[in-house]
Write a protein that binds this ligand. Structure first.
Ligand code: HEM
Length: 497
């Protein structure tokens, strides 16, 4: 063949090849586009036997997470929820943290779901942190066992006999240190009180070095809780998991050392392992340590920030502050010199009626995050809508902001609790601690810590900067900190002598 002809043939073949490659790529791309379209369509229209609640699932994987996580005023329901309720009604579907979610602001449905569903609902980042084998989710029996052990420590008898004095002394000490330094950060201080108090009861006496290390690990948690679940070196989830590993190792080392030397473990730990009943160990040391880690994590999550928000609400309401001072002055005044030396008693605590009203009101108004979180374990019919199994259920306590139940609901008004049962931690119109089988185990303990803190604070002249802001980004946040200034000059005499 002549070279010219050969070249033409070669060029023609090359062109044909290119067309074929082009066609192949067009086909591959079309298939990808069709698949992508199908995936997006399925994402936005999840399969369900009945009719799903209305809503929008947002972009695949990311869903509506960024919109949901926009910071908002802490004493208002999230703008995201308010807007969607306005558009879709009280129950709607969406996607958050990579999971399919049903959001409900219907109080009847919230209580029903809390009672009939057992598994706690959480994004994968959190589930990973908790671990699959944690006693809270492992089985109904292990959950029952840890609930019963925790209630022994944190039920009213446990609080009265085992915790009251420790909480009082720790709060008094931290407050005195704060007063000497001219002030303190409420959130940080409450966190220290809480961990020191629980650590002693759970683990027994702790070496100061181990306690310091534990506190350090702690600092990685609150910021990393709720986020999309990828565990990539350097990111929040990664740091969180590293801190978890470190903490578990510290706890394990401590337990093994104590057991080897015959030193006492905390009574809570012993009961958890079943040692106190003299029987066989009910659970392994590993599971007990995992449980204690989770328990500390949950315990430290809400109380410090709710209390800091309460202090802000008191500081912004001089009439409330005055009434509190009056109540706590009375408690100190009515004590004999001998009684002052024994510190705050259970009877003193029970006589703090106005303080309890302040705490109840603060818990009502700061409950702007879901308080019922479950994985829906069976399909449920709600009117014309089907609430599908396998999805996460988030129940917002919007009943706290219903003007038919609470007059002028956005006002911080502790007096609305006058003559009401102040010991109830759950009712049809009040669910700051959730409801059903997962009802908060630390509710009474948290309320006692709050009351003790308010009591000791009221002995001083104190103020919180007016520019202190409290926002919510799923959890309560204080962009400028939660500092208070405390003057050495006490308002009333030291109640603990
Ligand atoms: C103001 C402070 C607190 C608030 C607002 C709060 C709120 C809650 C809420 C809403 C739940 C979920 C309930 C549900 O899904 O139905 C919960 C569960 C829980 N809380 Fe609290 N909590 C607080 C303090 C504490 C403290 C101090 C502790 C421990 C010392 C604690 C221990 C627990 C535990 C162990 C659970 C899980 C219960 C279970 O799954 O059976 N909480 N809390």
């Amino acid at each position: 063949m002549q070279p010219k002809k050969l070249k033409r043939t070669f060029e023609r073949d090359k062109q044909t090849n290119m067309v074929e490659v082009f066609n192949l790529w067009t086909l591959i791309l079309s298939l990808i586009v069709v698949k992508l379209y199908h995936w997006i369509y399925q994402w936005n229209n999840p399969k369900c036997k009945g009719k799903l609640p209305p809503g929008s699932m947002g972009f695949p994987i990311i869903g509506k997470t960024f919109e949901f996580m926009k910071p908002h005023d802490a004493i208002q329901l999230p703008t995201f929820v308010k807007e969607k309720v306005h558009r879709y009604g009280p129950v709607f579907r969406t996607s958050l943290f990579g999971a399919k979610v049903i959001i409900s602001t219907d109080s009847g449905l919230n209580i029903e779901m809390a009672k009939t569903n057992h598994m706690p609902g959480m994004p994968k980042s959190l589930a990973r942190l908790f671990g699959e084998n944690n006693l809270f989710v492992q089985s109904k029996d292990s959950h029952k066992h840890v609930r019963s052990v925790t209630t022994q420590l944190l039920g009213s008898q446990g609080l009265k006999l085992r915790m009251m004095q420790d909480i009082d002394i720790l709060t008094l000490t931290h407050m005195e240190v704060g007063a000497r330094n001219g002030g303190l950060d409420v959130k940080e201080t409450v966190s220290k009180i809480l961990i020191e108090c629980l650590a002693k009861k759970v683990m027994g006496e702790m070496e100061p070095e181990a306690a310091k290390e534990l506190t350090l690990c702690w600092s990685h948690f609150p910021k990393g809780w709720f986020r999309i679940s990828w565990n990539i070196p350097g990111n929040g989830v990664y740091r969180m998991m590293k801190a978890k590993k470190q903490m578990i190792n510290i706890l394990k080392e401590m337990v093994l050392k104590k057991r080897a030397s015959g030193e006492e473990l905390g009574e809570f730990f012993k009961t958890l392992l079943g040692e106190m009943e003299g029987g066989e160990e009910k659970i392994s040391v590993e599971s007990a340590i995992e449980f204690i880690f989770i328990f500390f994590l949950i315990a430290n999550e809400a109380t410090p920030s709710v209390l800091a928000a309460t202090v802000k609400l008191i500081s912004d309401n001089p009439k409330v502050m005055q009434e509190l001072k009056r109540e706590h002055e009375r408690i100190v005044r009515d004590k004999s010199e001998k009684e002052k030396k024994t510190g705050l008693t259970w009877e003193d605590y029970k006589s703090m009626t106005f303080t309890q009203m302040v705490i109840n009101e603060s818990l009502r108004i700061t409950s702007t995050a879901p308080t019922v979180l479950r994985i829906i374990d069976h399909e449920f019919q709600f009117g014309e809508y089907t609430i599908p199994a396998g999805w996460i259920f988030m129940g917002f306590p919007s009943v706290h902001f219903n003007p038919e139940k609470y007059d002028d609901p956005l006002a911080f008004n502790p007096w609305r609790w006058k003559e009401k049962d102040l010991t109830a931690i759950v009712s049809k119109t009040y669910i700051p601690f959730g409801a059903g089988s997962r009802l908060c185990l630390g509710a009474d303990f948290a309320k006692l810590i709050m009351a003790s803190f308010i009591h000791h604070l009221c002995r001083y002249r104190w103020s919180m900067k007016t520019e202190t802001t409290v926002l919510r980004r799923f959890i309560l946040t204080f962009p400028g900190g939660s500092d208070i200034q405390i003057s050495q000059e006490t308002e009333v005499e030291n109640s603990a002598g």
